[in-house]
Design a protein around this ligand. Structure first.
Ligand code: ZN
Length: 333
């Protein structure tokens, strides 16, 4: 386990949070817990509160301290929540709790990494596509999952999940169901524009200034208008399009993004087509996607060959491959 030195006091309203330059944390001995024999205690000299390394741990106050790491591997191995519960001998709700914990942390971890100045491996081109799936009902509640990657190193810059309108050509039975749903929740609308805009805004912030952007995608008109809205006046950009009817082999321009979406369907249980593990709610799909992003970017090498770096290493975001333990031990404040 790596030694941990807190960079700031964990109390959100401590005045020292705004003055990180002055040293204000003092070591104050050790204590032991059931799972950790030697825990360092600290004292904040500004607010006089004491805390310990435990306060910064992701598994702080959890009954099964290593369970989230096991759940991480289940989450990226096409295992459903229910089956993970049976295998790890804990309740399904405990597994869901850890998925929530992992998902929220994964997003914070990746966001934090993108804040640091990117290396030369982060200059594009980039590729974007939307994977289609659904929550509970394939016809009435479709979802879109936009994924933005670096074309050469497969680094996933951002992903998200949101609603799509009901599908057309519904049978009378489904039309009735649709009307009943609309009375309860209102008309289901497309969130595609909102989510794609967010993908590009994150890319705009992460890219070094003065670097021209090349985006490659299919010919969906929406991408062109969002590109102009986000990048016009900010940096020069080029949009390279490929027909979605072009043969999808490894000579296709969009092979990297097609391959990434296929890999997501292979690793994430709820994206496997026609299976019982499908998402019941979009919010849970989002959490699961973020956990997968950590595995894809930071833990798994780009290919299965030995001594190959991870996408994050090639992108210059990390200097070495990370283990699940390294990513999911310390909270991001
Ligand atoms: Zn303090």
């Amino acid at each position: 386990m790596t030694a941990f030195q807190p960079s700031h006091c964990p109390w959100p309203r401590c005045p020292s949070r705004h003055d990180k330059a002055s040293p204000h944390i003092q070591r104050r001995g050790f204590f032991r817990t059931r799972h950790h024999p030697k825990v360092q205690r600290f004292l904040c000299l500004v607010c006089k509160r004491s805390f310990s390394t435990q306060t910064f741990r992701l598994d702080y106050r959890l009954r099964y301290p290593d369970l989230h790491l096991k759940v991480f591997w289940e989450n990226v191995s096409k295992v459903t929540l229910r089956q993970s519960g049976r295998k790890l001998k804990v309740d399904r709700k405990t597994i869901a709790h850890r998925l929530h914990l992992l998902g929220v942390h994964a997003e914070a971890f990746h966001t934090d990494k993108l804040r640091q100045p990117a290396g030369a491996g982060f200059q594009g081109p980039f590729q974007l596509d939307e994977l289609e799936t659904f929550e509970s009902d394939r016809r009435l509640q479709p979802l879109t999952v936009p994924v933005l990657i670096h074309r050469r190193n497969y680094f996933v810059v951002h992903l998200d999940a949101g609603t799509l309108p009901c599908r057309g050509k519904l049978t009378p039975k489904y039309r009735q169901k649709k009307q009943a749903r609309e009375k309860l929740y209102g008309k289901r609308r497309s969130e595609s524009r909102k989510l794609v805009t967010r993908c590009f805004e994150i890319l705009q912030r992460a890219l070094p200034p003065e670097v021209a952007l090349e985006l490659q995608s299919d010919r969906k008109q929406l991408y062109g208008s969002v590109l102009a809205k986000v990048f016009e006046g900010e940096r020069s950009y080029r949009w390279r399009r490929e027909s979605s009817k072009t043969r999808r082999d490894n000579r296709n321009l969009l092979f990297p993004i097609n391959h990434t979406l296929a890999q997501m369907r292979d690793s994430i249980s709820r994206l496997v087509r026609r299976n019982w593990g499908v998402s019941k709610q979009c919010a849970w799909l989002r959490r699961h996607l973020w956990v997968w992003l950590i595995w894809r970017n930071y833990v798994r090498p780009v290919t299965v060959k030995p001594k190959v770096p991870t996408p994050a290493q090639i992108a210059g975001v990390c200097s070495k491959p990370l283990t699940a333990e390294e990513v999911f031990t310390w909270r991001i404040f």
